[in-house]
Design a protein around this ligand. Structure first.
Ligand SMILES: [Fe+2]
Ligand SMILES: [Fe+2]
Length: 312
């Protein structure tokens, strides 16, 4: 008779593990990207407000970068799922891959149901969401490096390659870049966020902001998972703090480059400051023994953009 490989545990799952708690939170907070309300209103508002062609292009640029970013992270997470050996971790990562796919879906839907019809109605040139001119060199390099760090796990699975994977994916792309970008969106298109971010007086786009709020909430949980993992390796003395610091610092210029050229619509100064402050706080919480990662219920809180409380 064939034997089950691991019969060492009475029950299969550990409800007290942080990964199982995170998985439970993901199930509890499930949302449907096909059902985010307000997209029709966003479309009608843009048309009624007589959006200019420059404004349209700037909005397409922002959405294209986030849509492509979500698509890239959806594709790049699988190597981590293959190397994680604990069932609780695997359950959490499977929820994360599913959520990245939902984020990709939301941006695709926004392009189809809002941006394309608005462009057509106002007589503007319309674009494919992956048109090369939306992406600058820093953006492309950052995502290429992240893909390489994730794929490295398939040929060399060590503590160091795992830590570098988390530093690229969870701590830089999901944490610093995505949270900064989503903060920019909320500042520009809602009454929340910073007043010094958007140069233009954009209408409140409630469908966009609602979808981004859900996404930010998920990202709070994803970043928390990466923080727990990296902090654990540091605290157990399995990896040098310096490797974490160097990897994160090295990637910051690519984040800054990505959020710095949204045309005349966005003031890059506050966004670059926001990104580097966030990075500093991440490093503090990873390396300071007394600092604590807030419970997952805190990490996913939304409302005015508080979903980024990890390390704040
Ligand atoms: Fe995402
Ligand atoms: Fe994520």
């Amino acid at each position: 008779m064939t034997q089950i490989e691991d019969d060492s545990r009475e029950m299969r799952l550990d409800p007290d593990s942080f990964a199982q708690g995170y998985f439970k939170n993901a199930v509890y907070r499930h949302w449907d990207p096909y059902d985010i309300p307000g997209l029709d209103e966003d479309r009608e508002k843009m048309i009624a407000n007589g959006m200019t062609e420059d404004e349209y292009y700037e909005l397409c640029t922002s959405i294209s970068r986030f849509g492509a970013g979500e698509e890239a992270v959806t594709e790049d997470l699988m190597p981590l799922a293959l190397v994680l050996d604990d069932i609780n971790d695997q359950m959490f990562i499977s929820s994360q891959i599913y959520e990245e796919a939902k984020h990709t879906q939301f941006f695709d839907r926004y392009w189809r149901e809002v941006l394309n019809p608005v462009g057509e109605k106002l007589g503007f040139e319309t674009y494919a969401p992956t048109a090369q001119h939306f992406f600058n060199d820093e953006y492309i390099t950052l995502f290429d490096k992240t893909e390489a760090a994730m794929e490295r796990l398939l040929v060399e699975d060590t503590v160091e390659t795992r830590v570098k994977a988390y530093c690229h994916y969870h701590l830089t792309v999901e944490s610093v870049l995505a949270q900064t970008g989503y903060y920019g969106f909320q500042s520009a298109f809602s009454d929340h966020g910073g007043d010094d971010v958007a140069f233009r007086d954009w209408p409140n786009l409630t469908g966009l902001v609602e979808g981004i709020g859900k996404i930010r909430s998920d990202e709070g949980r994803h970043v928390g998972f990466g923080m727990h993992k990296v902090r654990g390796y540091i605290q157990r003395g399995e990896v040098e703090e310096a490797i974490v610091q160097e990897t994160l610092q090295e990637l910051l210029p690519y984040v800054a480059g990505t959020v710095s050229d949204f045309g005349d619509a966005v003031n890059p100064g506050p966004l670059v400051t926001y990104a580097s402050d966030k990075l500093t706080r991440r490093i503090e919480i990873l390396t300071n023994e007394n600092a604590e990662i807030p419970p997952v219920e805190e990490l996913v809180k939304i409302g005015g953009g508080e979903a980024d409380t990890v390390g704040d």
